[in-house]
Design a protein around this ligand. Structure first.
Ligand SMILES: Nc1ncnc2c1ncn2[C@@H]1O[C@H](COP(=O)(O)OP(=O)(O)OP(=O)(O)O)[C@@H](O)[C@H]1O
Ligand SMILES: [Mg+2]
Length: 277
């Protein structure tokens, strides 16, 4: 079966006093290929634990995680699971190890027994996808935070993963860097069909997702499309564009109820103006 399934997954850690801390409690979740899934929740709600279970960096204390039919507890699958489920973390500085951008990107494919030509082709391709072809000979350290994060994303894309899991990838970035990363993620999802699992505290980041999953104390308490989550779930603070739509609707403007992004707001206002002229 394609996709990722969490079946009754519980994850416990031992704290510094040796007591058990339950980070995830009997979680059931199914992620379909091609989806863009947003994961939200307060500090300590279990988001990072969930992310690390998806590619076997962590194994469940109970229950099963299945990636394209492969159980993460079976050691013989772990290499293939890690290739299919790529991870990008918060701080790009911790992920970049090579002195030159193109070397950084070639690093993963070089461990996949590919020919030189194929590696070269992949490096060219992903540099183009993240818009960094011109800068390929520079050191990653000369880049802005947003550009560094794009190098980190390119480096994992070169492995051709089916799933990209990002744990708060924009939290160290300024507004421009953040928007850039989100645009790339949306493009990757739509054009290349890569499944995206994006963890963020920022609801604007998750506004373009297919669904938002809200974690609370290790359990999924909500799983719905963003427009529904933002308008109906009071534990989620809606992005400004949704609040503006709510205010305009209260004032009598018949705006589309599914608005969560600037683009959708623009379309809805244009439709409204056309229908009144
Ligand atoms: N290695 C560990 N050892 C012990 N307890 C841990 C460990 N990692 C996480 N925890 C605990 O598990 C719970 C969930 O942590 P997790 O990091 O998954 O939450 P999170 O939602 O990612 O939080 P944040 O928003 O701060 O990143 C917390 O109570 C945390 O203290
Ligand atoms: Mg975390």
């Amino acid at each position: 079966m394609q996709g990722i399934q969490l079946q009754n997954v519980t994850k416990e850690y031992a704290n510094s006093q040796g007591q058990k801390v339950c980070a995830l409690k009997a979680v059931n979740l199914s992620i379909r290929p091609g989806e863009f899934v947003g994961i939200a929740g307060k500090n300590g709600s279990g988001k990072t634990t969930l992310a690390r279970l998806l590619n076997g960096l962590l194994l469940p204390s109970d229950g099963r995680v299945i990636v394209n039919g492969m159980d993460t507890r079976q050691r013989r699958y772990i290499k293939e699971i890690r290739r299919q489920v790529a991870m990008v973390f918060q701080n790009p500085d911790n992920q970049l190890v090579s002195p030159v951008i193109e070397e950084e990107i070639a690093f993963g494919p070089e461990n996949l027994d590919l020919t030189e030509e194929e590696i070269e082709r992949r490096v060219d391709e992903v540099l183009q996808i993240v818009g960094l072809s011109e800068l390929r000979h520079l050191s990653p350290h000369m880049l802005s935070g947003g550009q560094k994060q794009r190098v980190a994303i390119a480096a994992v894309l070169a492995m051709r993963p089916a799933y990209l899991v990002l744990d708060e990838p924009t939290s160290m970035l300024d507004q421009t860097g953040r928007r850039g990363i989100l645009d790339y993620l949306r493009k990757l999802n739509r054009r290349q069909g890569i499944t995206i699992i994006l963890i963020s505290h920022n609801m604007e980041d998750l506004a373009g997702a297919d669904r938002i999953i809200l974690l609370q104390e290790g359990s999924i308490v909500y799983d719905a499309p963003p427009w529904e989550a933002f308008n109906r779930e009071n534990k989620i603070k809606p992005p400004n564009i949704v609040r503006l739509a709510q205010m305009l609707r209260k004032s009598g403007y018949l705006l589309d109820e599914k608005i969560t992004t600037l683009e959708q707001m623009e379309n809805s206002i244009c439709r409204l103006l056309k229908s009144t002229t």
